[in-house]
Design a protein around this ligand. Structure first.
Ligand SMILES: *Cc1c(COP(=O)(O)O)cnc(C)c1O
Length: 302
């Protein structure tokens, strides 16, 4: 099962991802230059930040001789999809522990069907059991019930200390290229790593796609685990969740479709559309001084 680490290297992302200017009058009229950091192109098969976060974990799993990867997610989790695809490419077994036992025995949605097609074994658990993933004493029992004993465990959303180091690389790629690097936030792991990698005088802005805030504390604790303390200059721009996770109101849909036609960029709706919307709103509100260059990290594709 386990390939040599060198063999696996070829399957990992090949950074840096492209950085392209998006000429857009709506930003230009406020003196703001918009760049698109195309992390959706970081790997031909596997797009975006999930893959960046997974890469160091995959190296650790292969180097440690683990027979399988286990991870957690909801029924539409991009992280589960990325893990399943990574397992296929690296020849590692994958087990996905999925929130919601009512899903068991029903036809799989498109996202979970892709996981299964990539060889991921799906194990559905109740919401109460799913929460045990955060309890170190209960985790082994949960893994065993899922047939995932001895697995290398990647947390929900993929955000652990190694993942932050993978995302710091994204920040380093942006050194000298922008004043502000902006990214959509789910767990906040990408922002936490990105900001650590930026250079002096650069700052990171995170746009939460879910309302109502434990994110700041979460990011601080992720940074403490990965870097031993606070790292980089970052802040959150709240108020752009558009009603909650995976909600795409009509106005956001119209905005995203328009952005696609202006820039030829496939706009992922759950995260990237909310980021781009927020950047335009912030630009119009004067949040970026004239002459600023803002790089939007395109963390995934539709
Ligand atoms: C998961 C995801 C994010 C959020 O990343 P976090 O590190 O959890 O904040 C952003 N964009 C896309 C496309 C994602 O799939």
């Amino acid at each position: 099962m386990n390939e040599a680490p060198e063999a696996s290297e070829a399957l990992l992302p090949r950074p840096p991802s492209p950085l392209a200017e998006a000429t857009d009058g709506r930003f230009a009229e406020h003196g703001v230059r918009l760049l698109l950091k195309r992390d959706d192109l970081v790997h031909p098969e596997l797009a975006g930040n999930k893959w960046r976060k997974l890469a160091p974990n995959l190296r650790a799993a292969v180097a440690g001789g683990y027979p399988r990867l286990a991870t957690f997610g909801g029924a539409y989790s991009n992280h589960l999809r990325a893990t399943a695809a990574a397992g296929r490419l690296l020849g590692l077994e994958t087990v996905g522990i999925v929130r919601g036992d009512e899903l068991a025995g029903r036809p799989l949605n498109e996202s979970l069907a892709r996981c299964a097609a990539d060889g991921m074994r799906l194990h559905f658990v109740s919401r109460a059991r799913y929460r045990l993933k955060a309890d170190p004493a209960a985790l082994p029992g949960l893994l065993e019930a899922a047939g995932a004993d001895g697995a290398y465990v990647v947390p929900e959303g993929g955000s652990n200390a190694l993942a932050l180091h993978g995302c710091a690389e994204l920040g380093r790629e942006l050194r000298g290229a922008c004043d502000v690097a902006a990214v959509a936030c789910g767990t906040g792991g990408t922002l936490a790593g990105l900001s650590a990698g930026l250079g002096a005088g650069q700052r990171a802005v995170g746009v939460p796609v879910v309302g109502g805030g434990f994110l700041e504390a979460e990011i601080r604790s992720l940074q403490a685990a990965a870097f031993g303390g606070p790292a980089g200059d970052w802040s959150l721009a709240e108020g752009f969740a558009h009603g909650g996770y995976a909600r795409v109101p009509e106005a956001l849909e119209v905005f995203a479709a328009d952005f696609e036609s202006r820039h030829g960029l496939p706009v992922e709706r759950i995260y990237v559309a909310k980021l781009l919307w927020a950047l335009l709103a912030l630009t119009r509100a004067g949040a970026f001084p004239r002459g600023s260059t803002v790089a939007a990290v395109v963390t995934g594709r539709p």
